[in-house]
Design a protein around this ligand. Structure first.
Ligand SMILES: O=C(CO)COP(=O)(O)O
Length: 249
């Protein structure tokens, strides 16, 4: 069974609402591929104008984070139902920048995963090792823990619809893409971990992206790997280059 690719841009903390609309207007005519789901994960304040600007195009909209409660005294947070009401379909959870700067843990990521599914949002759960962990040879131990805890109490049917983004921290924003072999190796091991936790059918269905300095030059080879189902793209998603990435073939 062929998995449909999913190529997502993670804008991070870039683009004012008016810049966001301009970028969507530039890119939307380029996002015509039927071979991939294309998702723009944008800052919360950009969601509503981006949903509006993307209407009638193949662009789907995602958030970069959310909280694990529906409402209440959580100043500054955004709830899953706020996202769905605004037209959001995907949510990035557990990005390494959120883990590093905003104290996210595997446990809070897990709570968010469960809430996302409850509200019909598709999580893009990020995992990935530091350079030090890679050099110490503990990459897969670390990632297996991120995946196993992140997916705790997630059912097989839910997991089948999820997206996992493998993003080695040393490759993020550094211009240093993992080699195709390194990326494929870890994505394959993540799929094996899902097969262990669930079953083969779930492992075959779940989509696993690679992220970390993906650009128009590196995307085609990465996306051709058997266990890489697309990419989570940071810097290059803010440029017309993203049009080339989504038309990688
Ligand atoms: O963190 C990333 C996407 O979530 C990757 O960022 P870059 O593509 O800028 O390296």
């Amino acid at each position: 069974m062929a998995r449909k690719k999913i190529i997502a841009g993670n804008w991070k903390m870039n683009m004012t609402p008016s810049e966001a609309v301009e970028l969507v207007n530039t890119l939307k005519s380029l996002v015509v591929t039927e071979e991939a789901d294309v998702v723009f994960c944008v800052p919360a304040i950009d969601i509503i104008p981006v949903v509006e600007a993307a209407k009638g195009s193949n662009i789907q909209v995602g958030a970069e984070n959310m909280y694990f409660e529906e409402k209440g005294a959580y100043t500054g947070e955004i709830s899953p139902n706020m996202l769905t009401d605004a037209g959001v379909k995907y949510v990035v959870l557990g990005h390494s920048e959120r883990r590093e700067y905003f104290a996210e843990t595997n446990e809070t990521v897990n709570k968010k995963m469960l809430k996302a599914f409850e509200h019909g949002l598709t999580p893009i759960m990020c995992c990935g090792e530091t350079l030090e962990q890679r050099e110490q040879g503990v990459t897969m131990d670390f990632i297996r823990q991120q995946v196993k805890v992140g997916f705790q109490n997630v059912t097989a049917d839910q997991a089948k619809t999820a997206v996992i983004a493998y993003e080695p921290i040393w490759a993020i924003g550094t211009g240093k893409t993992a080699t195709t072999e390194q990326a494929q190796e870890v994505c394959k091991a993540i799929r094996e971990c899902i097969a262990e936790v669930y079953d083969e059918a779930t492992a075959e269905a779940i989509r696993i992206q690679y992220g970390g300095s993906v650009n128009a030059a590196t995307a085609p080879e990465l996306f051709a790997q058997p266990d890489i189902d697309g990419g989570l793209v940071g810097g290059a998603s803010l440029k017309p280059d993203f049009g080339k990435i989504v038309n990688w073939k």
